[in-house]
Design a binder for this molecule. Structure first.
Ligand code: GLC
Length: 612
């Protein structure tokens, strides 16, 4: 067969209208080539022969799946370009699109700027900040050769027992709607008059974005990950679907279906929501991608009837399938289902048109390879300063002084002697949380960044002595010459189901560390967590001050900027802080709303205004 560059094909001509290019290319494709475009595989099975024999349209990195440990952006770009060369050796030379979870910076890549996770950004309520973070993230993602990020998560988390609450900007739909502005940063801001629902990507410094997980992922019963959201359609639309309208108006190019169910109907097989609502009613013209091996879960037991699962999902409106490993079987089954009339060719054509549309809009045919001129931008100072600003603005001051008339913060940076303690005072991995370096995160020096301890050392005067002990000794605690203590405790990193909890306490004996120190020394507690945790009154009263820092990421100095008073606190709770676990779920509109700290609460050092 002819190779595309041999003839003057319309789809090869960037001066032709996008829709003409889509139609022309689609008309030249075989069924197997169409099915290949609908197939996304994990990098570990993306061999050159797989790419060529199956015309694979997309590859992804699972969380942490990269060329090798601590690989730099240039190593990633080499890897991605290698896959692209294989894709371009196919008959029609359709470029592949590479996807990754860059959900708080390009968090899989060593040395990338790690921004606060979404719950912290929700505490800022700063749409402009979110957009600027999107711009910076897109640059660092493109520097690694990757063109597509599975972000933002626009879940509205209604129950902190959910292991993904930190990926949600807020329990409040309006805050989530506001923070979708990150899409305009990632993809570029569409011009006035841009068609709502039509994908928009400005250029080579932007990424394809992905609003996820459609729809109701944050509203499952008891916060069970991949669970069941039980609600009227009106509530589903009002609480969980509203942010998607903002995503579509910004030209979001892809939407990821949720693992969860709505009133018992699995989203991945729900034609009403995926097609009649998202595509037909809301006018979405990008592509809908499945979640990881989500089709397998449409059968019971999972994977027991592949053809039924594929039939259900594709006919419901899934366009691209994140297989991610058993792609030979997937392609064979999908081709079989089309050839036997169980899936109409019109459905396949609709899916492939959407995928090609995004690839043309993203300019992948003209610029399929990494732009190496971007490499210096990874982890650059302007990006780290932006992350530091985000950290600062996300800090929520919950308590300031045992006597409100005697505020404890800001701390004296010229104090004679400071004790720094706790499991999270000097652990970059802990302060970054899940989806960093690996899928579910890990402790230690996982990338380049500044821990709380390091930030304190930079912030204080030369005369100040800092004593650092994770678990302070009795001798240290017996000293009478320590001005004050800073105790940083919190959660270990987690992702998805590994974060689901049936109790929400501070791990690693955090309360004991706090008590041992605060019983003897004036103490500021910094809580590193993806969500509110139980704070017993007896523990709370021992603290002189308490800051919710969420999962701040690599730039620890954003925390000291406020605790030492260079800036005032401005963060406000994006989620309700429950008084007792038994209250859950507890949201602003709950009937008996009696939280420890209400949604919107946040103190400042200088003003007494406690709630937004
Ligand atoms: C995961 C997550 C989804 C992520 C995808 C690829 O299971 O649910 O948010 O984008 O797989 O890593």
């Amino acid at each position: 067969m002819e190779k595309a560059e041999d003839l003057n094909f319309i789809y090869r001509n960037p001066n032709e209208p996008i829709e003409a290019r889509v139609k022309d290319l689609l008309s030249r494709m075989t069924l197997k080539e169409k099915v290949g475009q609908m197939t996304q595989i994990e990098r570990r099975v993306a061999t050159p022969s797989a790419m060529k024999d199956f015309s694979i349209g997309s590859i992804l990195s699972a969380g942490g799946s990269g060329p090798f440990e601590n690989a730099l952006s240039a190593d990633w770009a080499d890897m991605v370009d290698g896959f692209q060369r294989s894709a371009l050796e196919t008959r029609l030379q359709i470029p592949m699109v590479y996807g990754i979870d860059a959900v708080h910076g390009n968090n899989n890549v060593y040395g990338a700027t790690i921004f606060p996770h979404n719950v912290g950004l929700g505490a800022t309520r700063d749409a402009d900040l979110a957009e600027r973070i999107g711009v910076a993230t897109a640059l660092e993602v493109r520097a690694s050769g990757i063109q597509y990020t599975f972000a933002p998560c626009v879940a509205v988390c209604r129950d902190p027992r959910w292991g993904r609450c930190y990926e949600s900007y807020s329990e409040d739909t309006e805050i989530v709607r506001k923070m979708t502005s990150i899409i305009s940063g990632l993809q570029g801001k569409p011009p006035q008059g841009h068609e709502k629902g039509y994908p928009f990507i400005m250029g080579r410094n932007n990424t394809i974005a992905c609003a996820k997980h459609f729809v109701g992922d944050g509203g499952t019963h008891k916060g069970l990950n991949e669970g069941n959201t039980i609600s009227s359609y009106d509530d589903l639309e009002r609480i969980h679907m509203a942010p998607y309208l903002d995503c579509l108006s910004q030209g979001v190019s892809t939407v990821m279906a949720s693992f969860s169910s709505w009133n018992g109907s699995k989203l991945h097989a729900d034609r009403f929501l995926l097609t009649e609502v998202l595509k037909d009613k809301l006018g979405f013209k990008g592509f809908v991608i499945s979640d990881w091996a989500a089709l397998d879960k449409l059968c019971d037991p999972p994977g027991s009837n592949n053809r039924f699962c594929i039939l259900s999902a594709i006919n419901a409106g899934i366009d691209m399938v994140m297989v991610p490993f058993k792609f030979e079987q997937f392609v064979e089954d999908l081709v079989y289902l089309v050839e036997h009339g169980e899936i109409p060719m019109s459905r396949i054509d609709d899916a492939v048109e959407r995928i090609l549309r995004v690839k043309f809009v993203a300019g992948l045919f003209e610029h399929p390879f990494a732009d190496r001129s971007l490499l210096d931008i990874v982890g650059c100072k302007p990006h780290r300063d932006l992350a530091r600003e985000a950290v600062r603005k996300s800090m929520v001051l919950l308590k300031n002084g045992k006597d409100p008339r005697k505020p404890f913060l800001p701390l004296d940076r010229k104090a004679k002697r400071i004790l720094v303690a706790g499991t999270h005072a000097d652990d970059l991995g802990y302060q970054c949380g899940g989806w960093t370096a690996t899928w579910d995160g890990k402790s230690g020096r996982i990338t380049i960044g500044t821990t709380i301890l390091e930030a304190i050392k930079k912030a204080v005067g030369d005369e100040t002595e800092i004593i650092y002990e994770q678990y302070p000794s009795t001798d240290t605690l017996a000293r009478q010459d320590i001005s004050f203590a800073i105790v940083a405790v919190g959660e270990d990193p987690y992702a998805e189901f590994t974060g689901d909890r049936s109790e929400l306490v501070i791990p690693f004996n955090g309360p004991d560390i706090i008590s041992s120190v605060a019983d003897r020394i004036p103490t500021l507690v910094i809580l590193i967590s993806g969500r509110p945790l139980t704070l017993e009154p007896s523990l709370l009263e021992k603290m002189d001050a308490l800051v919710a820092a969420w999962l701040p990421g690599s730039e620890g100095e954003g925390m000291t900027d406020v605790i030492f008073g260079d800036y005032d606190f401005e963060g406000k709770l994006p989620v309700t802080w429950f008084k007792s676990f038994e209250q859950l779920p507890l949201n602003v509109e709950s009937n008996s709303y009696d939280p420890l700290y209400p949604f919107g609460f946040g103190l400042t050092c200088n003003k007494k205004k406690a709630i937004q």
